[in-house]
Design a protein around this ligand. Sequence first.
Ligand code: PMP
Length: 443
Amino acid sequence: MNAPLKRSLPNAADAFWMPFSPMRAFNEQPLLFDRADGMHYVTPDGWRVLDGMAGLWCVNAGHAQPRITEAIREAAGRLDFVSSFKMTHPAARSYAQRLCAFAPDGIERVFFVNSGSEAVDTALKIARAYHHARGRSARTKLIGRAKGYHGMGFGGLSVAGIGRHKQDFGPLLPDVAHLPLPYDRETMAFSRGLPDGGLAAADALEELVQIHDPATVAAVIVEPVTGSGGVYPPPRGYLARLREICDRHGILLIFDEVITGFGRLGTPFAAQAYGVTPDLITCAKGMTNGAVPMGGVLVSEGVYDAFMAGPPEAIELFHGYTYSAHPLACAAGHAMLDVFEQDDLLGRLNAVLPVWQEGALRLRSSPHVVDVRTAGLLCAVELAPRAGVAGARGQQTYQRCLDDGLLVRSSGDTIVLSPPLIAGEDDVETIFATIGAALAPTA
Ligand code: PMP
């Protein structure tokens, strides 16, 4: 017998409590998409919107990529689920192997999770457990950075550098410190390529570890390019200096590459773009082209080896998730790497980058624009707040772009862009022309 229905169902709009959304305002003016292909979303009534954000920085190969769709379909019909606790499936192992070959030299292992947040919390736990395994249990402190975004788990939230995300949730992890953002509007606004002059911000790490006692610090975590906090590329030499300081003190360096991984900067990971290899890399999003939730922590051989010193029958890491290495996610991940190779996604992206940078910098002619920052196929257009109303100009620009058929993201008064890596020159021109028009004074 069917379970009796509740007498009154909530209506469809009220039942879904949406993430990071103003529920009541949203329900007044909802935005629904029910199809997507390539560079576009499509609303239920057939309106096509150019996707300037690759979904949420994740659909790097374009929407509904047929080879990825087919791989997921095939996997679902063959092996719906198997855990990876003391068993696994062939595609998990072959995908792990391929992924490690895609990652920078020296990164030879991957621990699978299901999201960016889980990847970050897992990386922080691996960092602490690494020191513990080496008999350095006092090394528990974690260092993040101002404006950092590392997901919504309690670990990621603790090391993050965006105050608004923390203020409603009570105490977070103790023993966390933060580096300053390596950015100075006066000297770095409208930089072409990487800005100069950020080394002092890296040297702040040396000061910080001296304040906290280097022998108590487990790890430093940064996004190579700050993403959600407003697209801040690292100044020239900054990441190498962090690496140097971490090495000097035996501290692990974690790159959170949930956004920068899988081609966004024109290389597989930011680590390759900037020539700095961290000890751990977190990834998610573009891994499966956003089609199946998946994340991972890429681990250096040295870190992994530290866990292998005990007896072979001992479990080395008491950590994992039901859906780690889910068969559908592994199939999508494999197919994503196929697309990278077969379609030369990196080559295409690099070919379009000069047009991207020039198009972005043209927006400088608007009196409202106070900075334009690009890194690979990322861009932030920072606007001057309208007198006294923080965020109003950003919201208005977002809305005007949407009305004109372009989906961007506004974060306060900053417009953020991260289109699929398959964007052609004409898409890039459309994106910047639409933003330019949205910023023009209305008659
Ligand atoms: N780290 C970074 C750098 C991110 O950008 C994000 C998501 N925007 C996360 C972690 C969290 O990922 P998820 O939302 O998949 O948990």
